[in-house]
Write a protein that binds this ligand. Structure first.
Ligand code: APR
Length: 257
């Protein structure tokens, strides 16, 4: 991996407020498929048939078959070194937040506490009628598309489908984090799905040093202050050992973390 510049090392050593914006690429080393690219989910399935509300209401069995499959994959995987590196960074910095487009809960499972979920979480489900929440255990025990025992309406996964609004609180917190970050990482995302993909530009306009980490260049690469090409599970731990390990203990003490 190409070492990061001294500029980034200096900024990581002096920053107090760091934010990481992640996409499907950060979970690919855990075994969760990404969406775009050669083997991506959308090269095999049609998002218009599986990831929008009308498709769900017209064919709930198909959509649930697919989400059961995704829940099953995600239940079998573990957070990887990239997720763990971000959880460690949260211990180092006075202010640190993860903004994620992922619905796999792997940041939280790695120990990250401040996680703004822009596209929901596959471990939650709710009734389309009365809004009641249901666990995965309840859902996976149903043979057919699950229905609410209280009002008999269809239950859906708590994820954001195409054409739907992002959860307001998570969006507002993410914009605030992007506007105040001193260093803003853009990790494992093709940066093409909006409004989430506008966050790196918001951070840049607000004065953050924006660092992209990806195995290839993306639509955003030209606008980044620095691009680190490589796997997130290799780049992030190396970044910590290159830039931070000597200040880690001192900082953790300073911030009582
Ligand atoms: N490390 C770093 N980057 C990686 C790795 C890796 N190990 N593996 C893949 N990548 C990169 C790919 O090069 C690509 O740029 O991760 C990116 C994944 O892009 P997408 O599959 O488009 O996923 P994402 O950007 O998260 O998609 C955004 O689109 O389909 C919707 O709701 C879904 O949240 C998702 C949104």
């Amino acid at each position: 991996m190409k070492p990061c510049t001294s500029e980034l090392t200096t900024r990581l050593r002096t920053a107090e407020n760091v934010v990481a914006f992640s996409g499907a690429g950060i979970s690919s080393e855990s075994g969760v498929p990404t969406f775009r690219g050669t083997d991506g989910i959308w090269s095999k399935f049609k998002p218009e048939e599986l990831a929008n509300f009308d498709a769900f209401m017209s064919n709930p069995e198909l959509v649930w078959e697919w989400y059961r499959h995704r829940k099953e994959i995600i239940s079998r995987v573990q957070p990887n070194a990239a997720h763990r590196a971000l959880a460690r960074m949260e211990q180092i910095y006075r202010r640190f937040a993860v903004i994620t487009q992922n619905i796999d809960n792997l940041h939280q499972r790695a120990g990250s506490r401040t996680v703004h979920e822009l596209h929901g979480n596959i471990e939650r489900n709710y009734c389309t009628g009365c809004g009641k929440y249901y666990s995965n255990d309840f859902i996976l025990a149903q043979e057919r598309a699950p229905r609410c025992p209280s009002c008999n309406s269809l239950i859906r996964p708590d994820v954001v489908w195409f054409g739907e609004l992002l959860p307001e609180d998570a969006w507002k917190a993410s914009v605030a984090a992007a506007e105040t970050a001193q260093v803003f990482f853009v990790i494992g995302t093709s940066a093409v799905v909006y409004p989430a993909a506008s966050l790196p530009s918001i951070a840049k306009r607000s004065g953050a040093y924006v660092v992209e980490i990806n195995i290839e260049t993306t639509e955003f690469s030209m606008k980044a202050d620095e691009v680190l090409l490589g796997k997130a599970g290799e780049v992030l731990p190396a970044l910590i050992s290159q830039s931070l390990s000597h200040t880690e203990h001192e900082r953790a003490q300073r911030y009582g973390k």
